[in-house]
Every structure is written in structure tokens, then in C-alpha cells.
Design a protein around this ligand. Sequence first.
Ligand code: COA
Ligand code: MG
Length: 290
Amino acid sequence: MRSALFVPGDSEKKLAKGLESGADALFIDLEDSVALDNKEAARTITAQFLKDTEPLKGRPELFVRINAFDTGFVEKDLAAVIPFAPEGIVLPKSEHGKDVTRLDALLRVDEVRADIEDSSIKIIAIITETAIGTLNAGTYNRSSKRLNAVSWGAEDLSADIGAIRRRNDDGSYRDIFRFARVQTLLGAIAAGVEPLDTVYPDFKDESGFQHECMEAMYDGFTGKMAIHPAQVPIINEIFTPSDEEIERAQSIVDTFEAAGNPGVLAVNGEMLDRPHLRKAEKLLARAFRV
Ligand code: COA
Ligand code: MG
């Protein structure tokens, strides 16, 4: 997944617009962008939207971001949306792989109730929104077969910590947030799922956004979450491997295969060993998944 666009679950207008955004996924939000008084309306609007939306084909995958476990809303949120079979659920403020396992168990029951295929609903977890969650980023391996990706959040983490600033004057993140970002990347790889970079709230700052997408792509993130439709094409462009990158990766894979899969070989005076092969295979997997 390259781009995931957050859409407040209580806005019919934005939901309709989200479908046309070109995003790989919509994260329909029942959590932070919906006021407490509006939670029930958001459940109803989101359920209706899922019901009315045509089956998957050329449209974004639909994920619903439910409220966190400590709110007591999780069962209500799931009961409202699972009957309409969203492609997945986004779990915010996940603090441990066990939270994902717990959500997996709830989904299993809801799937049976709604007569949906077992384990068909995916999970994406946001894993650094609290201090404890950030420290536990390495606990997601084998948490659930449903887990497809993890992402991170800076806003809630700064509230949990009481940090006054998230970024330096030059726009770079301060240490705590760089740590959370790195924890997410390593936690994702350790769990064998995709790392998704966090949102960039200043949606009018196109060049800052572009820069942050590039940095994420360089470091190994496979995509980024968006909060505004204008951010989607930028994400898609930056996280889609170019034809040259695909060609080069394919030629590395082919060269290893032709040489009988050795540990190391030389191509045009350059050493290529197993990590180069793994990297090339990863890029091809990414290129042909999108
Ligand atoms: N999804 C779908 N459509 C969106 C959108 C989104 N996330 N954000 C904006 N739009 C639509 C607007 O409704 C508007 O539509 P219109 O031209 O038909 O009126 C158009 O895109 C342009 O929007 P703009 O005027 O630039 O922004 P705004 O002031 O309407 O909205 C935000 C700004 C931040 C409130 C809005 O982008 C938003 O709701 N983002 C998602 C917030 C969220 O879900 N946060 C939780 C995760 S951090
Ligand atoms: Mg939040």
C-alpha cells in the first residue's frame, strides 16, 4: 500500500470525495477526527457508505479506524461496520502485539456473525501513540495473520509524553519522534508487514510534504498516510518504483538465478551479495502489488 487517505467517518461529502482521490486505501475515521457527540452518527454514516460502495475494483480499499481499546467503543464500532465487510480495520493507540491479537479474536466472532469469510478482514495498527506502545514496537511478530502494516503517530505521542514541540525549526523531527519512526520501521520489518509513514498535517506545504515522502521512501517505508486528497498523487508517485528501478531489480534477480543462486557475484565491477538480492526481490514485490 502506497497511499492511505484519512477521511472523517461523519462526513458524507469527504467520503464521496475520498473514493475519487486515487488513494490505495481510505482510512475512514471513527476516532480522533470525530467529536464524542458525533460517534454514533459517524458509525451510521460509515456503515451506509460501506453498504453503498461497489465491490472492490479500481476503488480504494476501505479500512475503518475504530476507537482505541481504552475508550470502551471497540465492540460498538465493530458491530456497526463489520456486517458491511470493509477490507480492514485500523487500530489506533496499539500498545503491544497482544492488542492486535485481541482485535483478531473480536473480528473472528464478528465475521462468523456477519457470515464473512474467516480472517478476511485485515488489520493495520498504529503503534507509537503512547510511550509504552513506542517501546513495545518489537512485539508484533505473529500477533495476527491479519496484520498487514503498522504505522506511527506523533500527535498522540506528544500528548502522552507532554512534549511541547515535535519538530525543530528546520522541519526535522525531534529525537523522541525520530525514535518512534525508527521503532515503527524496525517493528514492521521484524513482523514481516509493511511500514507506513505517518501523516503530515500541514497539507498546504507541498514541498515539505514531498521532502518527507522522499525521506520515508529512502528509509524503507512502503507508503504514507494522507489527510488531504492533494497529498495522494505525491505519495503515489514517490512510492511507485520507477521503470528503471524495476528493470535493475529484475536484472539482479535474473543474474543470481542464471548463476545458480550463489552467495555473491560481480556485475560490471560491482559486488552483489544476498542483501542486494533480497532488496531487489522486495522492490519487485512492491512494484507488482500496487
Ligand atoms: N478526504 C476527502 N475529502 C477531503 C479531505 C479528506 N481527508 N480533506 C479535504 N477534502 C475535500 C474537502 O471537503 C473539499 O471538498 P470541496 O472542494 O468539494 O469543498 C476539498 O477536498 C478541498 O478541501 P480544503 O478546503 O482544502 O480542506 P478543508 O478545509 O475542507 O479540510 C481538513 C481540511 C484538515 C479538515 C480535512 O482535510 C480533513 O478532514 N482531513 C482528514 C482529517 C482526519 O481524518 N484526521 C484523522 C487522522 S490524523
Ligand atoms: Mg490520534
